[in-house]
Design a protein around this ligand. Structure first.
Ligand SMILES: [Zn+2]
Ligand SMILES: [Zn+2]
Length: 266
């Protein structure tokens, strides 16, 4: 269905505001990176609250991924992680995104996509991104130089927490940005689908690292997704679970591990 056949006024209204935002960003290229950083921090905020509650509320503590999780990270770790992510955004992501904004001349259609097109493009974006990420992540672990210089910084967290989703080297943050942009680009997505993809991608990355197996988490509804237990097992074992969201590539390549292993120190 063509974008002109959108029958959802809600989507059209949403698109009008995103369009306004996009025009602002074209005028002020640093806005895109600032919004990305703020979005990441805001999406992490509920998990900071859960970590704070985890010490006093048994129910919250019972949601922590059992083996190897230990107590929630203290506020000092959150603060140190916040400073590192902010530093890398200011020194690498912000200049790169500003440059990309200047180089890209996005076509901004007047009409929102139909609901059907939006959903299909979102699912397709995630499947393509998951594939790109799986391949790149596999090589990040298999090529020692890449691991040391690009990926090791992210693996300082054997037990991750929400903010650690973007606690990675500048090179890795830039590579993930490129993978996300290319996923939407190869599919020729409507800019509204692309914007929602980036937002949901940020949310899913935060959820992957949150350290909780929440009763309402998406992977409980969709068994094809691995969720936080899947990615925490990757941080724990490193030789498994290379895909970020879905589990089919790890099943196909024999790198799927269901559980976090308990270490003697846990
Ligand atoms: Zn991770
Ligand atoms: Zn890794």
């Amino acid at each position: 269905m063509e974008p002109g056949h959108a029958h959802a006024p809600v989507l059209q209204g949403l698109w009008e505001s995103v369009r306004g935002g996009q025009e602002e960003m074209l005028r002020a290229p640093h806005l895109a990176a600032s919004c990305a950083f703020l979005t990441h921090v805001l999406l992490c905020a509920p998990f900071l609250a859960l970590d704070a509650l985890g010490g006093v509320c048994a129910r919250v503590h019972s949601w922590r991924i059992a083996a190897g999780s230990g107590p929630p990270p203290p506020p000092r770790r959150w603060w140190e992680c916040f400073c590192r992510v902010l530093f890398r955004y200011v020194t690498a992501v912000l200049p790169a995104m500003a440059l990309l904004q200047l180089l890209r001349s996005p076509q901004v259609p007047e009409l929102a996509p139909s609901c059907w097109r939006l959903c299909v493009e979102l699912v397709a974006c995630f499947l393509v991104f998951d594939t790109f990420f799986f391949i790149w992540h596999y090589f990040l672990h298999r090529v020692p130089w890449l691991y040391r210089n690009v990926h090791q910084a992210h693996h300082q967290h054997r037990v991750p927490f929400a903010l650690a989703a973007q606690d990675a080297s500048s090179a890795e943050l830039l590579s993930l940005l490129l993978l996300a942009l290319s996923s939407a680009w190869v599919l020729g997505c409507h800019p509204l689908s692309e914007s929602l993809f980036h937002l949901l991608n940020c949310w899913l990355a935060v959820e992957d690292h949150c350290g909780y197996n929440l009763p309402w988490a998406l992977h409980r509804l969709l068994p094809c997704m691995g969720g936080a237990p899947h990615h925490q097992a990757h941080h724990n074992q490193q030789s498994a679970n290379f895909a970020p969201y879905f589990t089919h590539w790890d099943h196909l390549f024999g790198t799927y591990r269901a559980k976090v292993q308990r270490s003697p120190s846990d």
